[in-house]
Design a protein around this ligand. Structure first.
Ligand code: SF4
Ligand code: SF4
Length: 295
């Protein structure tokens, strides 16, 4: 596999399951797609695929909600803990602290990035922050812990106080502009000004997810980064998948092949900060702070 990734961090985004225990009104995943989970046998086949990858990859899991999958804590996490890869997770942070403690104990210093999404339709910010502070105290300093927050239209004014509360607790607040199937939500003038205040004038991919376009740049997605869904279907990146392009085969049936090298991006939106923050896009400096690809 020609990774050529000396300055890149090989990364897989694994949508472990579709099921989620929340039903946020602004979720970019339709209810129809927020379904399904792999069988125990399928999980073992995923683990076998990850086991034969050369070198150490970062396997970043999302759903749906990964912790809502029964096999997540019983099979996936113990299985990954036995492999040479690093582990990251994007979660709505609804799992009880007892479960989260076991998670940390399993993955130990393999844990790279833990992205906890704050969904105010389901949790009060003070409760979330208290839990996050406890959880953060269990992590080694090198592990990135971020609080993701979608800038939901109609609520942005209140989020200024939410950001202050998160940051006052010593946590990293990571705002995300609201995405739609077509691109980025068009806020009205009043909220657009608040959005700018929350994310800053020219935020880097470390500071906010503004779903920029890297069209015309050389991108290593497909060669050193890919996304794989709960059925094993792998694609070059999220946008390519959404456009029905960039199919790399299925990791469960032996048809998966990495691309031989980089390609020029031809998409108008890069909705996820992971490729940028893992050094996949030429000219964009990697960072380690930003996360979340979906609402
Ligand atoms: S936004 Fe996240 S937590 Fe909310 S329903 Fe969608 S997947 Fe679940
Ligand atoms: S959309 Fe992003 S990840 Fe996909 S090819 Fe373009 S720059 Fe790379």
């Amino acid at each position: 596999m020609p990774l050529q990734t000396m300055s890149r961090r090989p990364t897989i985004e694994w949508q472990t399951n579709g099921v989620c225990n929340y039903d946020c009104s602004y979720c970019i995943q339709s209810r129809q797609h927020r379904q399904g989970y792999p069988s125990d046998d399928t999980i073992e086949r995923f683990l076998a695929f990850f086991a034969q990858l050369p070198g150490a990859w970062e396997i970043k899991m999302s759903g749906g909600e990964p912790f809502a999958l029964r096999g997540f804590m019983t099979r996936i996490i113990p299985g990954l803990a036995a492999l040479p890869h690093h582990v990251s997770v994007l979660t709505n942070f609804s799992a009880p602290l007892g479960v989260l403690r076991r998670f940390v104990d399993f993955v130990g210093d393999k844990l790279e990035v833990f992205s906890a999404s704050l969904h105010l339709e389901y949790v009060e910010v003070g409760v979330f922050v208290k839990k996050a502070v406890t959880f953060r105290s269990w992590l080694r300093p090198e592990t990135t812990f971020v609080v993701n927050n979608v800038l939901v239209p109609g609520t942005v004014a209140a989020l200024v106080g939410v950001k202050a509360q998160v940051e006052a607790a010593g946590l990293k607040y990571f705002p995300q502009v609201m995405k739609t199937k077509q691109g980025v939500y068009a806020y009205d003038a009043a909220e657009a000004a608040l959005v700018k205040a929350l994310i800053g004038e020219r935020p880097t991919a470390r500071e906010a997810n503004v779903a920029p376009s890297y069209k015309g740049r050389r991108c290593w997605a497909g060669a050193a980064y890919f996304v794989v869904d709960q059925f094993g279907q792998a694609f070059r990146c999220r946008t390519a998948k959404r456009c029905g392009e960039g199919y790399l085969g299925n990791v469960l049936d032996g048809t998966f092949r990495l691309a031989m090298g980089p390609e020029i991006c031809r998409y108008d939106i890069c909705p996820c900060t992971v490729p940028a923050n893992r050094g996949m896009i030429d000219g964009i400096s990697p960072g380690r702070q930003a996360e979340e690809p979906k609402q």
